[in-house]
Design a protein around this ligand. Structure first.
Ligand code: ZN
Length: 124
């Protein structure tokens, strides 16, 4: 979660290895230093599932939990939800971009939408 619309990942301050979720010590070099670089907010779908019931109420509800590889942070994966797409159109390897879902008390939950690939070639 975040309060600002900035996507970051935990990166080792010594060797640059990304570790998600954050751990007290870097698994590569055992260094406790961590930095939180801002990421571009785009990602690639690594895996996904299609769920058809709400985890809270059991009511019928289609949603798509995804695991994404974050651009700009090799090795960093984030578990989120993919929205703005029909569940049957989701594909592993598709580009997605982050959006922020306000939940409560000013907190924002990162979610992902299909990236607008055609318009974004110049930044790729
Ligand atoms: Zn390290």
């Amino acid at each position: 979660m975040a309060r600002e619309r900035k996507l970051t990942a935990c990166q080792c301050g010594a060797c640059g290895h990304f570790r998600m979720p954050p751990t007290p010590y870097c698994p590569e070099c055992q260094c406790p230093d961590m930095i939180w670089p801002e990421l571009p907010g785009t990602a690639t779908v690594f895996s996904f599932a299609i769920c058809t019931r709400s985890p809270y109420s059991g009511e019928p509800l289609v949603y798509v939990p995804v695991v994404v590889d974050l651009d700009g942070a090799p090795g960093a994966r984030l578990v989120s939800n993919l929205v703005g797409i029909n569940a049957e159109d989701v594909e592993i390897g598709m580009k997605v971009s982050i959006d922020w879902n306000p939940i409560r008390d000013g907190w924002l939950l990162p979610i992902f939408r299909p990236a607008l690939t055609e318009e974004r070639h110049e930044t790729a």
